[in-house]
Design a binder for this molecule. Structure first.
Ligand code: DAH
Length: 340
């Protein structure tokens, strides 16, 4: 470059660049031409402009002016060619006004989100996560839980049998039994998972659904621990103003048993606050001594409490969803609203 007159060199660059622009057949080729001549670090015209400082001072103004001129001409030619190429694409039937496709954004299913939120609260309260098989035996699903097969409570949880005494579990409570068999107290577990029932598919039932089981066993665990921990959970989940009510109920594996209800305080868009109706969120109770005995624990030494809740129901309450089926129909217009 130093050998040639820079003004002549610029003229040559200009005609080379214009020829290359005219020859560029598509936008990518055109972009490569732009980089060759005007690219910030390697561009040949850019290099001359950058080299101005090293030239004899009397040459600088003329070379600088010419270099800027060439840059302007090349830029204009690039723009003009770009427009031409677009026109060609449009002529070829491409609709260049069509918005680009939005990339898929993954998200957790609303029921998975509810499980994660519920789990996080119990984790902070010192619980660990446990799991058990979805195909289990009559012993784990019913008998060890103080529920003889001819007990009416077993009818309510009719399920699919895979073999004589092997079934799809009708609740997550068998995880209680399996955990107690495998470990000595103290036990503090939360066990989410699928369960199955002979239920008709409607707005509030699905034959396969999620439950979250909880179990606490130790020496000296009382009804106060039971109520206090579950009330604390409800307030952490739904806010400190949430009221909690324990209604007497019956489950074969707890004595006494309760249904736990919450009354939430919601803030309307205009800022006014309103109490909801009482809503049932779980079944629970003090673990029946017969259950402790069935796993070989000494019921005189250990006591505990347990609960079972449906995260889908909790997700419905949280999001104001009134038909459970929408969670399972995989309509992305519905599910996409929960992607965060
Ligand atoms: N297993 C019960 C059901 O599916 C729910 C339940 C109630 C679980 C009380 C418990 C409990 O652990 O203590 O209906």
């Amino acid at each position: 470059m130093s050998e040639t007159n820079p003004i002549e060199a610029l003229a040559a660059l200009e005609s080379d660049a214009l020829a290359a622009i005219a020859a560029a057949a598509d936008p990518e080729a055109l972009e490569r031409v732009r980089i060759t001549y005007l690219g910030r670090s390697e561009g040949r015209i850019s290099a001359i402009l950058r080299g101005l400082g090293a030239m004899p001072p009397e040459e600088r103004p003329a070379v600088g002016q010419r270099a800027n001129e060439v840059k302007g001409v090349v830029n204009e030619a690039l723009d003009a060619r770009a427009t031409e190429l677009e026109g060609g694409a449009a002529a070829a039937g491409e609709d260049l006004t069509l918005p680009s496709r939005r990339p898929w954004k993954g998200g957790l299913h609303p029921i998975t989100q509810a499980i994660d939120e519920i789990w996080a609260i119990f984790r902070d309260l010192g619980f660990v996560r446990a799991r058990g098989p979805e195909a289990d035996t009559v012993w784990y699903n019913f008998e060890a839980l103080n529920t003889p097969l001819d007990h009416p409570a077993a009818d309510e949880q009719d399920t699919l049998y895979l073999a004589d005494s092997v079934l799809l579990r009708s609740h997550t409570s068998p995880v209680q039994v399996r955990t107690m068999e495998a470990y000595e107290p103290p036990i503090r577990i939360v066990a989410p998972g699928w369960v199955y029932r002979r239920d008709t598919y409607d707005a509030t039932h699905t034959p396969a659904f999620m439950q979250i089981e909880g179990l606490v066993i130790d020496e000296g665990v009382t009804f106060v621990d039971f109520k206090g921990t579950l009330a604390e959970f409800a307030r952490r989940y739904w806010g400190p103003d949430t009221q909690v009510r324990f209604r007497p109920s019956f489950f074969p594996f707890t004595e006494p048993s309760a249904e736990v209800d919450v009354k939430r305080v919601i803030t309307r868009p205009d800022g006014t606050r309103e109490e909801t109706d009482w809503l049932e969120i779980m079944g629970a109770g003090m673990v029946d001594p017969n259950v402790l005995a069935s796993v070989g624990y000494d019921p005189e030494r250990y006591t505990g409490w347990a609960f079972g809740m449906g995260p889908a129901r909790i997700a419905m309450l949280k999001h104001g969803v009134d038909d459970l089926r929408t969670f399972f129909e995989n309509d992305m217009r519905f599910l996409g609203q929960f992607a965060s």
